[in-house]
Design a protein around this ligand. Structure first.
Ligand code: C6P
Length: 420
């Protein structure tokens, strides 16, 4: 049997953040799965949606569904206004200088691909170097590999230490006047490491490189200010920020976006087309070819409003306490090892157990109504770095409670009972 929290004498500190009130905004969390109350700990894969986002989607399709930028009729004008309001909202959210620096994309993956193929193919040549880190998601590896094959540039990788931390001194050694692009993850999805991106960007700029930050895992946990970071590109996915799937944001510095060729071509990204010549549209439309995810974009706005209303600065101490509590409690389990112990860490815990493969851990937990992710988390080089095929990963959001952690620990004791 699992010893209870009280028996262990662990206290969960008061942080002033009302998690139980916040949970009420998320109807999905009130359901039972496999006959047990749902404990959702797969937030790094995707987050759940508050009522305002569900209403936003419903209202768009129920009241103002129409194509944008094209129609002269009422609904089209309404949809266009809401769509462009979402852009201004995203600009405010990231503190970008101009709304035309906000490009709507499908998600972080498409944002990185856009930069790799548009900027990379236009400006990289043989002998140039792109620097990434050893803790990147495949979305921040593969596009650069393809661009290297196409341009003759080469990829350099900053190693990480045994705690899963970015090695700044190794990065410094790799930087040179050959470095043209530095692309790093803000928070690692596989390890939880929070990278010192501001300093990484400063050093990239010192050698004349541009810097991209993969913010897929950071936007729901830390406030992001692209002007303060001074990044050239920043990407995130709406669905990891309590918004819909299929919509994300690429922030790009205006002076760079102006110089970059279109990524995709077709309707809406042009000013004029003849068979002899096409004139591209202005920013941001130059990068938004075809009918976009209008409903998803409009429903991203209430997600941004939600995050603003809870104030991530106030949520941070709570998530830190949850991470500390979960780490201490998980380490009670015999044979459990946490992969990723960075000093700066977000509420993501990757772990392995001596007695069971991660997939078996996931299956037992699922039978208890607990959702975690198992596998390589689209970060195979991280698994190779630690000499393991996979991990089990519990990733927390601002609606997770200490009771969720207790349920996870209880489920892990069941894994020990079955496989130990
Ligand atoms: N990580 C996870 O379970 P998309 O799929 O485009 O929304 O996000 C891609 C992506 C890029 N960078 C990082 C750091 C990520 O974590 C992800 C998505 C999910 O960890 C799905 S593999």
């Amino acid at each position: 049997m699992s010893p209870s929290t009280v028996e262990q004498g662990l206290q969960f500190p008061a942080t002033g953040f009302d998690v139980y009130r916040t949970r009420q905004e998320f109807p999905i969390l009130n359901q039972f799965v496999r006959g047990k109350p749902l404990i959702y700990l797969d937030n790094a894969a995707t987050t759940q949606k508050p009522n305002t986002v569900l209403c936003g989607l419903n209202q768009f399709y129920g009241c103002c569904n129409s194509n944008i930028h094209r129609g002269v009729h009422f609904l089209s004008e309404l949809a266009t206004r809401h769509y462009e309001d979402a852009r201004v909202n995203a600009q405010t959210f990231l503190n970008a200088r101009f709304h035309r620096e906000i490009i709507f994309v499908r998600g972080a993956t498409e944002g990185i691909n856009l930069v790799a193929y548009s900027y990379g193919r236009a400006f990289l040549k043989e002998g140039d170097e792109i620097i990434i880190s050893a803790m990147e998601h495949h979305a921040n590896i593969v596009p650069w590999q393809v661009v290297c094959e196409q341009t003759g540039a080469s990829l350099r990788v900053v190693p990480i230490n045994n705690d899963g931390e970015f090695l700044m001194e190794e990065y410094e050694k790799l930087l040179s006047d050959r470095t043209k692009i530095v692309s790093v993850v803000h928070i690692s999805n596989a390890l939880g490491t929070v990278n010192p991106v501001k300093e990484i960007i400063r050093r990239a700029h010192a050698v004349g490189a541009v810097a991209l930050v993969d913010g897929a895992q950071s936007v729901a946990h830390v406030p992001v200010d692209v002007q303060d970071l001074d990044c050239d590109f920043f990407v995130f996915s709406g669905h990891k920020l309590f918004g819909p799937t299929g919509i994300g944001v690429l922030y790009g510095r205006e002076s760079l976006l102006e110089r970059m060729p279109p990524y995709q071509t077709g309707g809406d990204m042009i000013l004029s087309v003849t068979f002899e010549k096409t004139v591209y549209n202005d920013l941001p439309y130059k990068f938004e070819a075809g009918t976009p995810n209008i409903g998803g974009t409009i429903a991203l706005s209430p997600a941004l409003d939600f995050v603003r209303s809870v104030d991530l600065r106030k949520v941070a101490p709570y998530e830190d306490a949850l991470l500390k509590y979960a780490t201490e409690r998980l380490l009670e389990i015999p044979g459990l090892r946490i992969i990723g112990n960075a000093r700066e860490k977000a509420a993501v815990i990757s772990f392995v157990m001596d007695c069971a493969h991660p997939h078996d851990i996931g299956t037992i937990l699922d039978s208890e109504g607990i959702a975690i992710r198992t596998g390589h988390h689209c970060a195979q080089p991280v698994m190779q770095r630690f000499g393991i095929p996979a991990t089990a990963r519990a990733s927390f959001a601002l609606y997770n409670t200490p009771e969720d952690v207790d349920a996870l620990v209880k489920g892990l004791w069941k894994v020990v009972e079955v496989f130990g």
